[in-house]
Ligand binder design. Sequence first.
Ligand code: CMC
Length: 430
Amino acid sequence: MNMETDRIATLTLDDGRTLELPILKGTLGPDVIDIRNLGKAGLFTYDPAFFSTSSCISEITFIDGDVGLLYYRGYPIEQLAENSDFLEVCHLLLNGELPSAEQKAEFTRNITRHTMVHDQLARFLNGFRRDAHPMAVMVGVVGALSAFYHDSLDINNPQHRTVSAHRLLAKVPTIAAMAYKYNVGEPFVYPKNKFSYVENFLYMMFSTPAEDYVPNPILVRALERILILHADHEQNASTSTVRLAGSSGANPFACIASGIAALWGPAHGGANEAALKMLEEIGDVSRVAEYVQGVKDKKYRLMGFGHRVYKNMDPRAKVMRETCYEVLKELKLENNKLFELAMELEKTALNDPYFIERKLYPNVDFYSGIVLRAIGIPTNMFTVIFAVARTIGWVSQWNEMVADVEQKIGRPRQLYRGAVRRDFVPVDKR
Ligand code: CMC
């Protein structure tokens, strides 16, 4: 898969040595200097947070942040969000191609029939404190799946990998809904096969033995879009965590649990929760101007605005914005105080030179937070929804890595700045 160009990067060291480093070419995006042989010359590179380092060769997702592009397997995200459904996108990410009608029916049937979890898993979940954060439950219970499915843990067997991928995709929403039900003190709701993937998730979240739940198609479509938009985002922190855990040969359930743990951090999956909290803190439209002034005075940041990679409008945010307006209209929430405030903030930021000059557009999390709130998903479940969506991205990236013949255990180097060699001093002499 290495696509070497005829270009070479020459590194000249101040000790007179010259190193020639091959330059590799991808199908899209910047070329990459292959530094694998630097170690033989007694040198490492220093790149904390991997700002300039490609950790793998991948064929799954492509982002161009300057232009504002996101492709899954070559398909622009806008086209997938408009025309596809989540399970079709999952098939695309996992297998490389959109399914034929027959493949789609088979894939859907397969996932639908794996949505139940072993009943003993409920006992495991019941061991958590009543007020446990649903993300704590997710990290623990998804990891615990490895104790239930010994029959699919041989990672070198492609068939086992497929079965595990399907199990994860099917069961993570069930566990997510169970984490919610446990948190609010309602009984777990078993999945229902007559529903689509997204309908079933909403059903497990919001139905009770006392009251049935009829999924609203506009809300189903909105959640479907949230899942599609968050399904993969190339080598982000949680995906890199999954790959690194998997590089040691760990089983997929343990690897996905490590991804969920990384996602939990506020700098990663917690942004839409933070955006919603900010809106609540502002409290009223009349305070928007004052709050924005505080942002410009650098007292705090506007949560849900700006992005590390996208310096043009995040293509996911464009789609989510449209969905957001659709949902607010459907639920007749346009005049709701919180949503009115959010729209005022959006308008102010999009027209203010401070934000325009710094290319600070509302990001996908600004709108997805509003949509999730409108659907009735509580704030502490926002990151869980992200985990439900990203499971397919993690599994696809993990699968690609395990199948890669060049795959080795991940092992970054370091620049050591600790004490040099010194001899032990007995305690009475210190
Ligand atoms: N509000 C106000 N000013 C901001 C913001 C913001 N949200 N983001 C950046 N700036 C300013 C920053 O103060 C700096 O101004 P100056 O040039 O005067 O010093 C300039 O913009 C560039 O900032 P930066 O820190 O170099 O930008 P970055 O690319 O490193 O930061 C970010 C990216 C996402 C961390 C940041 O925009 C931020 O903190 N946003 C709020 C949190 C948020 O919504 N995060 C979710 C991102 S989407 C999640 C995902 O895709 O996984």
